[in-house]
Design a protein around this ligand. Structure first.
Ligand code: ADP
Ligand code: ZN
Ligand code: ZN
Length: 735
């Protein structure tokens, strides 16, 4: 039996997993994650390592494989579990072990948990006053000043003593020697939610909520730790369900992680968890300093946290006895890391949970194709909630065909219908959200008259307009010249869609001078609490209309919004990505879901050039099932995930010629070992932005029926790249 071991992580260069023999005396005793002592390197220095797995065979000369010396620590430390997770991530997603470890382990920062120092008076009042008289008599003014201050406040901050009172360290030391004061230090954690309280709302669960909770409870109590997909429409009460599940887990002495997209991590959400779990809740977000985040990790490790809430990176919280990982809005693309290792939080959470015997709950009103596909195949347990928890109905939706608007002479970005409806709401003092969908890449060409969008004939994704004036496919590299007329209807109104939130805000102000308008986008939300401020101003009814990008449609509950206008609904359909339809459906459904969350029924208007597209139609009908059926058909037909698997090999370098040759070799290498029956290789093509800062980029796509095939290809490519010096001038990443 052989153990795979990674060597102590402080050695940056040792980026491999090494094999060691497991001595028979350790068999049955050694397990994954354990810390061991091993002879390492030429001198056989005894070094610390961690077991990441076992195998019965070895690829190396067995006589040369060394033996594990000793088990250093029984049991598995929290860090060791995370290190094993890192090893898994390296294997799945590529990159180096160090990159994986840096992603997973809380890295100690220079500015770590603040050591707070304080000066404490050790004498009682009477003795203190005698002492003070003594100092004054001796004319020891600094000592007298400090003592006088301490007689008012027996404990003072060190900072205050040294800065405000101008007391030197030598004075403090002197009084310490005389046993008048003590200088104390205390490791303080910065708890970001401390001191905020609110009572949890009393509710009676709906039958659907009860069913979800009971299913989870029955499994959990029998120690069936599964992955659940909680598919519930907006407002069906998913958050309440998570909280109930977490309560069960916490009552058994275990902890939970709740992942929430950063953008939805608002005061509102945090308060709901806080009212349920008090200061046993901790939050992390990217606006916190590295030191603050490190503090939270320490608190968690020390058992002071039951529930950690945060974005993607909170997944790696070192909790002593993890019982549950919740991923809210599981379809959000922020759960995918764009840095090496390019992991997805969903898969990584499932892996972590299976290593630690914990459950996973994925929640969404518009589940990702991946999650629903797995659920349908029986890999995840599907929990459905089809009704809103309260009396509110889903919003009434109308689609406006913008081609018709143009034909009938309205060139405004607001359709007549939307303008009329806005007028009504303003009269009734109800609120309006105007959502500009510009998530996609703006480089596609479309016809204003017939709505036709120019696509790649091979990949069925939109062609992008490059600076050189040509239309290019970002998947396969296909190119054609820019068309000056629409190939379908011949119209000369072919161009890029250009409109920003700022222009829309100005236009709305001109059209509705009586209304108060707020805008929320990247520009207006800079600064620490930028978007929180705008959202709370709007929630407090300081404005009638909120104009914004996707930020405004994520997880906020505005009870007085009764109209949502969606401008350029089809914009995201033409992103140069096979997921464009899915993203569009999700965004539109979410946007529509923002309307009518209070007592009054809501309405929504979807303005589009592609009213007949299934993503637009099904979003308007809020019909996920039909959308899923259409979309999975397309994925199967084209061989895109989740029907099949896709590996992107991203190459970059300063010399374009070398990059071209490198990509050619990579492609040849793959086709030499894997046949057309197993894989399909496309490209190299220039990705979205072909060149940044003089660094050229190329991408190869490899499609395969089996996921393992792609991991195998990645592993072989990593070896190939390592031993061939020609690749030294390129950077290659896997996705
Ligand atoms: P989701 O996360 O699915 O959008 P939430 O959990 O945020 O839904 O619930 C929406 C609103 O309905 C919240 O204000 C919540 O407190 C409330 N709510 C949820 N479940 C119930 C229930 N069973 N009875 C009454 N109100 C509920
Ligand atoms: Zn046309
Ligand atoms: Zn193509």
């Amino acid at each position: 039996m052989f153990a795979n071991i990674i060597v102590d992580i402080t050695h940056e260069k040792l980026d491999k997993i090494f094999q060691y023999k497991v001595p028979s005396r350790m068999e049955g005793e050694l397990s994954i994650g354990m810390e061991v002592w091993i002879p390492f390197g030429k001198g056989n220095r005894i070094t610390k390592g961690y077991v990441t797995g076992f195998s019965e065979h070895s690829d190396y000369d067995v006589s040369k494989i060394k033996e594990i010396q000793e088990i250093s620590k029984d049991g598995v430390a929290i860090e060791a579990k995370l290190i094993v997770l890192a090893a898994w991530m390296k294997e799945q997603y590529g990159g180096t072990m160090i990159q994986a470890l840096k992603t997973v382990l809380p890295i100690k920062q220079k500015e770590n948990a603040k050591v707070k120092r304080q000066v404490r008076l050790l004498l009682d009042k009477e003795a203190g006053e005698q002492r003070l008289a003594f100092y004054l008599e001796k004319n020891q003014r600094a000592r007298a000043r400090l003592l006088a201050a301490l007689l008012d406040h027996p404990v003072l901050d060190y900072e205050l003593v040294t800065k405000k009172l101008s007391i030197t360290m030598s004075v403090i030391r002197a009084l310490e020697e005389q046993k008048v004061i003590a200088l104390e230090s205390e490791q303080i954690y910065r708890n970001p939610v401390k001191g905020k309280t609110q009572q949890r709302k009393e509710i009676t669960f709906t039958p659907e909520q009860k069913h979800a909770i009971d299913t989870f409870r029955q499994d959990y109590e029998r120690q069936f730790y599964k992955t659940y997909l909680l598919y519930g429409v907006t407002g069906s009460g998913k958050t309440e369900v998570y909280m109930e599940m977490i309560q069960l887990v916490v009552s058994q002495g275990r902890q939970a992680i709740v992942l929430i997209p950063e953008i939805a991590l608002t005061y509102q959400t945090v308060m709901r968890f806080y009212s349920c779990f008090g200061d046993r809740v901790s939050i992390m977000n990217s606006r916190m300093s590295a030191g603050e985040r490190y503090d939270q990790m320490l608190r968690a490790k020390d058992g002071k946290v039951d529930v950690m809430i945060g974005p993607r990176s909170a997944l790696f919280t070192p909790l002593p006895n993890l019982g549950l990982i919740v991923i809210d809005e599981e379809h959000e693309n922020t759960y995918k890391s764009e840095q090496v290792p390019r992991y997805h939080a969903r898969e990584t959470a499932i892996q972590r949970a299976s290593m630690e015997q914990a459950s996973v709950v994925l929640g969404s009103a518009t589940p990702s194709m991946e999650a629903m596909y797995r659920a349908r195949q029986g890999n995840y347990t599907l929990l459905e909630m089809k009704n809103r928890s309260g009396m509110q109905k889903l919003a009434k939706v109308s689609i406006v065909d913008m081609r018709e608007e143009l034909k009938s002479g309205n060139r405004s970005i607001l359709s007549r219908k939307l303008q009329e409806m806005m007028e009504e709401r303003l009269k009734r003092k109800e609120q309006i959200l105007l959502f500009l969908n510009r998530r996609g890449y703006a480089g596609f060409l479309s016809c204003r008259e017939c709505g036709h969008v120019i696509k790649c004939p091979h990949c069925d994704v939109s062609l992008s307009l490059h600076r050189n004036g040509r239309l290019v496919c970002h998947y396969c590299g296909y190119e054609e010249p820019k068309a000056s007329a629409c190939p379908v209807c011949g119209s000369r109104h072919v161009g890029e869609f250009k409109a920003g939130t700022q222009q829309i805000e100005e236009m709305v102000k001109r059209r509705f001078p009586q209304a108060r308008t707020l805008r929320m986008d990247m520009d207006t939300t800079r600064g620490k609490d930028g978007h929180e401020k705008i959202l709370s101003a709007f929630a407090d009814k300081e404005a009638d209309i909120l104009v914004g990008t996707q930020m405004i449609v994520k997880g906020h509950d505005f009870s007085d919004v009764t109209l949502v206008g969606i401008l350029a609904a089809d914009m995201s359909l033409y992103a140069d990505d096979y997921r464009a339809g899915e993203r569009t459906f999700q965004l539109l459904t979410q946007a529509v879901g923002r309307s009518g969350r209070g007592d009054i029924e809501g309405e929504a208007v979807i303005q589009t050039y592609s009213p007949e597209h299934y993503a637009v139609e099904t979003a308007a009908a809020q019909d996920y099932e039909t959308f899923y059926a259409e979309e999975i058909q397309y994925r199967k037909w084209m061989g895109y995930p989740p029907a099949e698997n896709l590996l992107a090999v991203l190459a970059s370098g300063k010399e374009e010629a070398i990059l071209e040759i490198g990509c050619k070799y990579l492609k040849e290498f793959v086709t030499r070992f894997w046949g057309a029956g197993e894989i399909q290789i496309i490209g190299p093509a220039s990705p979205g932005i072909g060149k940044i800062n003089d660094v050229y980029r190329r991408v190869l796509y490899i499609k395969a029926k089996r996921y393992d095939t792609l991991v195998g290809i990645k592993n072989r490519l990593e070896q190939y790249i390592e031993v061939n010096s020609g690749f030294a001038k390129m950077r290659i990443q896997f996705d």
